[in-house]
Design a protein around this ligand. Structure first.
Ligand code: 2NE
Length: 273
């Protein structure tokens, strides 16, 4: 179901297949190789929040419209003095960083489905997805140092975790572009498929994930993020522990005793550690 019109989206297409548990967010600026502007980021954040809160959705696909690009990064034509500025935000800034954090905190797996260019800030978005499935025509790289930009956050630290320090420095310092198979060799992508099979293969991965325990997957994602994300990462992992505790008899006893104005009888329960 395409919900873009109902949501009033201009830069993003938001589709859901609730019966399959899949949501798809697609950047819809193909004439600009799906470069993002603040409006694009705001819409991506909104759709991601919708997918995250939708109990029927278990997996989220992030992609770009057309076969030529996943995303070519920040729209250089709206790059103002202090950040990207299309007149839709109070102050020009790097709104994509907020999206990156939201992607990390999302408990549901996000899969980058990449055809064509994943460049600059677009390359960073694919790296921050939990998995990347790309077509044989995919091209990956950073251009920041060539166009007067850089991402010293996840764009650097997470890249180094994926490909190693030497390779990350090569990618940033030389601004070379890499083919799909080069990207696979350095651990940037999970699999490379013919362009015609990209959507089908991505759906196969989504369906496979949907067969597995959502709580286990959410905890695994939080655990895999935890050390890189510091206190925020531990908080995410700990939040899952609290949620599981709320579901336990011991957790419920605390709430019930408070509401019933009596002393909790924790020790009468068989859930002690
Ligand atoms: C992506 C790439 C390599 C594609 O090349 P090609 O030859 O397939 O297409 P072409 O002709 O360059 O692009 C088609 C149209 O899209 C626009 C182009 O200007 C062109 O417009 P027209 O000439 O048809 O009017 N376009 C493409 N990318 C754009 C962009 N990012 N902003 C605005 N317009 C764009 C080639 O297009 C390319 O190298 N694009 C630039 C990639 C880039 O430098 N991105 C910004 C990196 S910085 C960043 O994203 C960033 C960061 O470093 C840190 C934080 C946040 C963001």
């Amino acid at each position: 179901q395409d919900q873009s019109t109902a949501l009033g989206l201009t830069d993003v297409i938001y589709r859901t297949a609730p019966e399959e548990g899949i949501a798809k967010l697609s950047i819809n600026r193909p004439s600009l190789r799906n470069a993002f502007r603040p409006t694009t980021i705001r819409e991506l954040k909104r759709c991601l929040a919708l997918a995250q809160d939708d109990l029927k959705i278990g997996v989220i696909i992030l992609t770009g419209e057309g076969d030529e690009a996943f995303c070519s990064g920040g729209d250089q034509s709206v790059r103002g003095e202090g950040g990207y500025d299309d007149g839709s935000e109070e102050a020009p800034r790097l709104t994509v960083l907020d999206l990156q954090v939201q992607m990390r905190r999302c408990p549901k797996p996000i899969i980058a489905m990449v055809a064509g260019y994943a460049i600059g800030g677009g390359h960073i978005l694919h790296m921050l997805c939990d998995l990347t499935i790309c077509a044989e025509n995919a091209v990956f790289g950073q251009t920041g140092p060539r166009v007067g930009s850089f991402d010293a956050g996840y764009g650097s630290s997470h890249m180094a975790r994926l490909v190693g320090q030497k390779k990350a420095r090569e990618i940033w310092f030389l601004c070379r572009f890499y083919s799909a198979h080069e990207a696979q060799d350095m651990g940037l992508v999970n699999t490379v498929v013919p362009l015609a099979s990209l959507e089908g293969e991505t759906l196969k991965w989504c369906r496979r994930i949907m067969e597995n325990s959502p709580t286990a997957i959410a905890c695994c994602k939080a655990a895999l993020n935890a050390d890189e994300d510091g206190a925020a990462g531990i908080m995410e992992l700990a939040g899952n522990a609290t949620r599981l505790f709320y579901l336990s008899e011991e957790g419920k006893e605390g709430r019930n005793a408070f509401l019933q104005k009596r002393k909790p009888a924790f020790r009468a329960l068989s859930t002690e550690m």
